[in-house]
Design a protein around this ligand. Sequence first.
Ligand code: EPU
Length: 336
Amino acid sequence: MNILHNHDLTQSTGFKTPLHVRKYILIEHEKDIETIPAFGNDIPLIIGGGTNYLFVKTEIDSAISYTGSEITVIEDSNLTSVIRVGAGKVWHEFIIEMLDNGLFGLENLVLIPGTVGAAPVQNIGAYGREVAESIQTVHGIQLSSGMRVSLSNEQCQFTYRHSIFKTKDWNDFLITHVDFLLQKIEYPMAHYPDVQAYFTQQEIHEPHCLDIAHAIMDIRQRKLPDPSIIGNAGSFFKNPIIDISTYQTLKSTYPDMPSYPVDDKTVKIPAGWLIDKAGWKGFRHNGAGVHEHQALVLINANDAFGADIYALSHMVQNSILTMYGITLEPEVNIIA
Ligand code: EPU
């Protein structure tokens, strides 16, 4: 265990807004887990890379991270492998290592910023896949009691950009390892419109998983700002799920509004389209901005503070509520 005092966290947060932590506890190895004390009610903020947080304030009292990035094969058969990964492993690097070893299933999730430990929390997803489809077990520690707990996929209660780890009762749960069930046979998923269009244009008719990974890296690099250059946390809001009758009313006013079916009562509307149509693309507020190529992404355009990005997010939310009667929910974790 390593404890850093008055540590500057600015560069490790997604938005790269000024942030100091008074006490930062780093759990670096599996063997250190035993030394983690029970924190009772005094729980440090759990940071799994910090990429999906917006820090409105510039200083926090205490934070904790599991930074171990070990990879172990837990089970191996002709068709599948179960791989245990330390929460500190960089997500994109992990996928590339798995693909290099002929293990498939995560290729649609390349280049999502952050760590392995953060992936289950908001059930990261992109281009037609969600990480929940490949997670077998999540291991961690309940920091209040110091107890080690393992949850099966079902117990994680994964839904769209949500899991049990986002609920209040589990906000003291430090994820240390994730077990992934990966395939040795390729089941490429190329149905997402942007991916399909890419392969049509490249004249690739039967893409392999590796082709998918390359296509998605290319698409993301064109559309989304690189967080190592421009601070951002990917999609700032979730795509809202609305009932069919509200959808039909809106569709008569906005015939070009895209939608994805959810079930027979609801549809999902791309928040990026709503925000774009409302004219926000490229808008700036102090140093905060709405990205030029993807309106769902708020950025630190020019030395913004967390509070500037937060204020901009409220301006966007209010405008979308007024224009369409839809409340946008943040996808990023806001630490106010
Ligand atoms: N659109 C616009 N203008 C925009 C942005 C989008 O008109 O500025 C339209 C697009 O033309 C398209 C639709 O909205 O018709 C959907 O856009 P896109 O395919 O870019 O995806 P998204 O729904 O905005 C979601 C995820 C992304 C993920 C992409 C690709 C959420 C909240 N976001 O975005 O995830 O990469 O699909 O699968 O579900 C993230 O969570 O951080 C993230 C980047």
